[in-house]
Design a protein around this ligand. Structure first.
Ligand SMILES: [Zn+2]
Length: 141
């Protein structure tokens, strides 16, 4: 393992471009690996059916089908829409071993995944509300 490994030479957006594109909160989470305070985010209690897109690049990440109420104060999902929509990385910050979840397309930080979720996966994707945007399903009147 290299010490850095962060310069993947991606011809992606610059920090300044991201700052223009994102709200300060989204920037802090997606690009600086921040974490919103629990029970403050937009979606932790949401049960609207729809698709959750990456707030950085609009790639589809999760759906309401896989969302569950974990009580942890962040939107939680037991599975991803398509496994290639995210990538994971070991995160050793704060003296804990956690698994970081990133958008596979824009490399934005989404949250962490823990192994205490419900069946069938046993996983709990603990995602910051500010890292995702809900695209609600059309509802028949
Ligand atoms: Zn993305």
């Amino acid at each position: 393992m290299g010490a850095k490994g962060k310069n993947e030479g991606m011809s992606k957006k610059s920090e300044a471009e991201w700052k223009d594109l994102l709200t300060p909160e989204q920037f802090e989470i997606l690009r600086r690996k921040g974490t919103e305070r629990p029970f403050t985010g937009q979606y932790y209690q949401t049960d609207t059916s729809g698709r959750y897109l990456c707030a950085g690049c609009s790639q589809e990440l999760f759906t309401s089908e896989e969302k569950f109420d974990s009580g942890c104060g962040w939107p939680s999902f037991y599975d991803v829409k398509e496994s290639n929509a995210i990538r994971t990385e070991e995160d050793m910050s704060f003296f804990m071993r956690r698994v970081e979840v990133l958008c596979s397309s824009c490399d934005g930080h989404l949250g962490h995944v823990f192994e205490d979720g419900p069946a069938p996966t046993g996983l709990r994707y603990c995602i910051n509300s500010a890292a995702i945007t809900l695209d609600p399903d059309e509802v028949d009147p």
